[in-house]
Design a protein around this ligand. Sequence first.
Ligand code: LLP
Length: 428
Amino acid sequence: MEMIQNETNEGVLTVGGAEVPALAREFGTPLFIMDRGLIEENMRAYKSAIDEAYDGRGLVLYASKAFSAKEIYRIANKEGLGVDVVSGGELYTALSAGFPAENICMHGNNKSIEEILFAIENGVGRIVADGEEELEILDKLFEGREKLPRVLVRIRPGIEAHTHDFIQTGQEDSKFGVSLSDGEALRVLCKPYKNYKITGVHCHIGSQIFEDKPFMTAADLMVKLLSDVYKESGHLLEEVNLGGGFGIRYTDKDTPRPYHDAMLATIAAVKKAAERYGIPYPFLLVEPGRSIVGEAGVTVYTVGAIKDIPDIRKYVSVDGGMGDNPRYILYGAEYDAVLPEKTKAPREEVVTICGRCCESGDILIKDICMPKVQRGDLLAVLSTGAYNYSMSSNYNRLPRPAVVMVKDGEAKLCVRRESYEDIIRNDI
Ligand code: LLP
C-alpha cells in the first residue's frame, strides 16, 4: 500500500517533517497530528484556480465543520480564504480566532434567531437562507439595520452524486434548501423583500465525490437559475456558491483528482453556462472541507489488548476509537493504518483494529492486513483530518485527544488534550 504521509529510511512515519513516535512521546496518545503545510497547499490549490482562471472573482470558503479549532481559522485567514460556519459555536470559534467577519458565510437548516442575530451583529459577510421561512425572518431582523450580510438561498438541485446516503445532500428527499425542480426556487428567488435583496444561490450536492461531472452539472443548473430569475423578475443575482464535496484518498481505492484541476473544470462549467444563458460571470464561492484537512491528519494510538479468536478474528485494541473517530460506526468508512515505528515491516496478518468503548461496533478498521503488532506499539490511522476531531465525543467519558499541527518539523499544540476535570466541568 502506498503511503500518504512520509517515512524515513529507518521506517519511521513522519508528518510535516516530524517523526510521529517523537510526537507521540511528547504529547501522548491518542493524538491527532496535522500537516500544516499540506493544509496550506490544499487551500492554495483552490484559491489559485479562482485567481488564474476566473480573475479572482470568487472566494474559497473553508467548510469548518470538517475541523474547527481556532488555529484552522488563523490558517484560512492567512491563506486568503473565507470560512463556512454552520452554528453559533463555529462562528464563535472563528471570531475568537480573529477571523474577519466579512469573509464568514453562515449556514444552517435551522438557525436560531439568537444565532442569526449573533451573525448579523458581528458583521458576518454572508448568510445562506435555507428556505422561504428564513427569508421572512431575515427581513424582520434586518429592519432598521445598516450593515447587512449578503443573503444567498440554498437550492436543492436534485442531483444524486455517488456517495454515502447520509452525506448526500443535494437530492430531492432532503431537509436542506428549496427545490429546483418544482419551480419553488424560481418563485422564492423572485419574491421581493422589504429590507434587502437576495444576492445569490447556493447548492451542495454531497461529499466525497470524485467526478467533475456532478459539480459541472450543478454549476450549469445554478447559472441557469440566475438567468431564469433575471428573465422573470429583472433582478440579477450576482453570486453562485457551489458548496463542497471534493473527494479525498482514505485508502488506495480512492482516486481523487488534484483539487486545482477539479476547480478549473468547475470554473469552466460556470463560464460556459454564463455565456450560454447570457448573463455576466457570477461571483463564485466554493466550500471545500474534507479536501482541505482530511489527508493532512493522522491519528496516533497506542496498541493495548490483542485478542485472537481462532478461525474468527484477531482484534487489536487501541487507546481511542469511536470517541475520536465515529466514521466507521456511522458510515462504514474505510481507512488505512500503519505502524509509525515500523513502516517498512511487511504486512502479514489480517486484523481488526477496534477502540476501547463499551460497544461492539467500536471499530476503526475491519479486516486490514497489518505487520505483526504487539501491545505498546504505536498505530496510526491515516487521513483522519476531516470529520474526526469535529465529530468526536466523550462517550464513556473518554477525554478528547490533543491536536498538534506540524510544519517543517516544528510541532505546535493547537488543541489541548481534555482532562478528567474538563469532562466534569458542566456537571452540577
Ligand atoms: N458546504 C455545505 C453546505 C455542506 O453541507 C458541507 C458538508 C460542505 C460544504 C463541506 O463538504 P466537504 O468538502 O467536506 O465534502 N460527516 C460526514 C460529512 C458530512 C458533510 C456535510 N456537509 C463525514 O464524515 O463524511
